[in-house]
Design a protein around this ligand. Structure first.
Ligand SMILES: NC(=O)c1ccc[n+]([C@@H]2O[C@H](COP(=O)([O-])OP(=O)(O)OC[C@H]3O[C@@H](n4cnc5c(N)ncnc54)[C@H](O)[C@@H]3O)[C@@H](O)[C@H]2O)c1
Length: 351
């Protein structure tokens, strides 16, 4: 099996954690869902290209750019010089609204993205653009299609869940996964897990919310109404599908608190009824780190996409999407999607 070559678009917090996790977990298997997956280890993942628009990142080696402002994921492991220089991409809608306060757009000319991808010789394009840049995400999905790169959409923009994009990737036999990454132990997967447990024990959940606070650029951007709505819709839909239609559901980032940096606190409230219609109320808080949480699942998703590419399987990888994303083309429960993912890796499910 050849190396797993990845080009990253968006050298933000999630990218920082991904680069660090590849280094850290080259020797340390603890803390991952899967250390070895289909014969691949995290150290088999190679970041071969990186695109951003921020002047503090463009032109720098990836090992330096991942620690540049406004990224807040701390240095958790040493990252040696990578030899991958961050290039400037087209800005499109990547720094609109409040994001223009935190992203310093580099004034150099953008690269010709297709030529850049062709020069790198193929692999997969990992889209880690901010929430709310539909145009930029579509631009990169199109570039992936034209250059034969698998496309991994970690943003809430609709790509894998949009039939037109799904068919375009299927027609060309190119793998596609998305939309909106579901972290290794983030708010959505945790909430789904608790609700699943309650439902299995016969509890009828009537009301639930998950509200969270973080100090990342992502949390800052989501203060803006259109981004907040996009993110809330994806998160609420993921939770709503697990509950009776009459249940009340609210989820999403509620505030940005700078000093929290990469830390995220999620507050969960659940109200339900069990035997004899008696009340059950649950209040939980979960404190995690956004970047590592995203990297933890990406290590699996990237290797699964590589396995699909090697098997010549294109189009939306529905098992991988259900396992690793909040808005997949086909939804499933946590347990079933984990089972689909396992079967896909073993070759028992095509996609
Ligand atoms: N745990 C997680 O990290 C997690 C979980 C779920 C979803 N996601 C999604 O992943 C995406 C990335 O998250 P993040 O926390 O790393 O975001 P971030 O804001 O830290 O990073 C985004 C990066 O994209 C760059 N950018 C903006 N416009 C660009 C353009 N046109 N071309 C190239 N680069 C551009 C920014 O300069 C920045 O470096 C978001 O859409 C988020 O919703 C992340």
């Amino acid at each position: 099996m050849q190396g797993t070559k990845v080009v990253v678009v968006g050298v933000g917090n999630c990218c920082s954690a991904l680069v660090q996790s590849i280094m850290y977990h080259s020797k340390n298997p603890k803390g991952l869902i899967n250390y070895e997956l289909g014969g691949l280890k995290p150290s088999d993942i190679e970041i071969v290209g990186a695109i951003d628009i921020d002047s503090r990142k463009v032109g720098k080696d990836l090992s330096e750019a991942i620690f540049a402002d406004p990224n807040v994921v701390p240095k958790l492991t040493e990252v040696p010089f990578t030899g991958v220089k961050v290039v400037k991409g087209p800005v499109l809608d990547g720094a609109e609204g409040v994001l223009s306060d935190v992203i310093k757009v580099d004034d150099s000319q953008p690269v010709d993205v297709s030529a850049y991808l062709n020069e790198l010789g193929g692999g997969m394009l990992l889209c880690l653009l901010p929430t709310g840049c539909q145009r930029a995400v579509e631009f990169y999905a199109d570039a992936a299609l034209k250059s034969g790169y698998a496309f991994l959409n970690c943003t809430p923009a609709k790509i894998a869940s949009d039939n037109r994009w799904a068919e375009a990737f299927e027609d060309k036999g190119i793998p596609l996964v998305g939309d909106d990454l579901m972290s290794q132990m983030g708010g959505t997967v945790f909430h789904m897990g608790v609700l699943d447990f309650l439902t299995r024990r016969g509890v009828v959940v009537t009301k639930t919310y998950q509200l969270d606070i973080s100090g990342t650029v992502e949390a800052f951007g989501v203060l803006e109404d259109f981004r907040r709505e996009e993110k809330r819709k994806v998160k609420s839909d993921a939770i709503r599908q697990m509950l009776p239609p009459e249940s009340s559901v609210a989820t999403g980032t509620s505030d940005y608190v700078g000093f929290m940096k990469d830390c995220r606190t999620g507050y969960f409230y659940i109200e339900g009824k069990n035997c004899l219609g008696s009340d059950i109320t649950i209040d939980i808080y979960l404190r995690t780190h956004d970047g590592p949480n995203g990297a933890g699942i990406l290590l699996d998703v990237i290797r699964a996409v590589k396995i699909a590419s090697d098997r010549g399987v294109g189009g939306p990888l529905t098992s991988v999407c259900a396992y690793g994303f909040k808005n997949p083309p086909i939804r499933s429960s946590i347990n079933e999607s984990a089972e689909w993912f396992r079967a896909f890796i073993k070759g028992e499910r095509k996609r």
